[in-house]
Design a protein around this ligand. Structure first.
Ligand code: NAD
Length: 355
């Protein structure tokens, strides 16, 4: 199984290097993984004037999955838009039709203090938000600003979803739920928006093929409220692009620790790109300060969703739980006054927990 590794910029190279050291333990134990790295983002621009060099794309095409670090940095901010680092990320999403964005929000009991919510509300939280990434009002045509017959200007966008777009994300949600607690909550605004009534009907129809998974529906305004009132009621939330954009950020902040949160973007063949949700953190880059756990947990998602190596994924996740229970903390997740470890030392602790 081939993994394309795209470290990117800022802390990206540090956190991916440490993640590869951790994955090497699984390889030594018999997992057949091969890694090859290539530049992307600002590093791609520096290497060949393109944030997604042709050779990098070719490497990804030959791979079974992509492990992505992070891209961006102040030195690239003045570049014309096509050369900006984030274009590397956007073009990869488009090229591989990565329509399903999976964002777990997990609160480890030891880190419940990092949340702005009361520890008893979030401790033990383990939910997965599945956001449709390539459709909805973000891409619907027509859109623009026009002058009406009465001479007034108006802005407009179009919310639309085809049946096939809804079907494939619904399948992804039910399949993801099968790897978890088998409960899916589909979020819409079916009381007001035709598109999302249609969404609800199609999700309900797809559910006929997944009798072993429980399906419920919730309006988005209620979902936003329930996420802060009682987030532990959810297992998998599936929703469209715009609602998912907002709810996934809300859910990630329930945990309070950006350095801990992985993500995946998958296509219909379960080919995927796996990356921490945080950016390239230029303020701490190159100083052995970054938390590598979000990237290590992204690698666990890669094993689970693209390579179907559930046991190896669970091994990694258990090792992460263990180092937190043992008290290892990088600066971003440490309570005031607590002793901290660096990027490499955190990876060392995960490696020790795996052995
Ligand atoms: P950021 O996520 O890079 O950093 C926000 C804050 O969180 C910073 O204080 C940073 O030090 C801290 N932080 C982030 N990851 C951490 C980790 N693993 N361990 C410890 N602390 C961590 O967001 P930003 O500062 O808004 O953006 C910086 C750059 O990253 C920009 O160029 C932005 O465009 C880019 N960015 C890239 C991605 C991506 O690659 N997917 C996502 C978001 C932002």
């Amino acid at each position: 199984m081939k993994i394309a590794v795209l470290p990117g910029d800022g802390i990206g190279p540090e956190i991916t290097a440490q993640t590869l050291r951790v994955l090497d333990v699984l390889v030594r134990d018999g997992l057949k993984l091969e890694f090859e790295s290539a530049p992307v983002g600002g590093a791609g621009y520096d290497a060949s004037g393109d944030p997604l060099p042709a050779a990098t794309l070719a490497l990804c095409e030959k791979a079974d999955a992509i492990l992505f670090g992070s891209v961006g940095g102040p030195q690239y901010d003045a570049l014309p838009r096509p050369q900006r680092p984030e274009q590397g990320l956007l073009r990869l999403r488009k090229h591989f039709d990565l329509f399903a964005n999976l964002r777990p929000a997990v609160v480890y009991p030891e880190l419940a203090h990092a949340s702005t919510l009361r520890p008893d509300v979030v401790a033990g939280l383990d939910l997965l938000i599945l956001r449709e990434l390539t459709g909805d009002i973000y891409f619907g045509q027509p859109r623009g600003v026009r002058t009406t017959e009465s001479g007034e200007r108006e802005g407009f966008d179009t919310m639309r979803y085809t049946e096939s777009e809804i079907r494939r994300i619904a399948h992804s949600a039910f399949q993801a739920a099968r790897k978890r607690q088998r409960r899916v909550c589909s979020v819409d605004k079916a009381n007001v928006l035709e598109t999302t009534q249609f969404w609800r009907d199609v999700v309900t129809d797809v559910h006929d093929e997944y009798a072993d998974v429980e399906l419920s529906h919730m309006y988005v305004d209620n979902a936003a409220m329930q996420l802060v009132r009682n987030p532990k009621q959810f297992d998998v939330i599936v929703t469209g692009n715009m609602f998912g954009d907002i709810l996934s950020d809300e859910a990630s902040m329930l945990t309070g620790s950006i350095g801990m949160l992985p993500s995946a973007s998958l296509n219909a063949n379960n080919f995927g790109m796996y990356e921490p949700i945080h950016g390239s953190a230029p303020d701490i880059a190159g100083r052995n300060l970054a938390n590598p756990l979000a990237t290590i947990l992204s690698a666990a998602m890669l094993l689970r969703y693209s390579l179907d190596q559930d046991e190896a994924a669970r091994r990694l996740e258990t090792a992460v739980r263990k180092v937190l229970a043992q008290g290892y903390r990088t600066a971003d997740i440490a309570e005031a006054g607590r002793q901290t470890v660096g990027t490499r030392e955190m990876a060392d602790a995960v490696i020790a927990a795996l052995l």
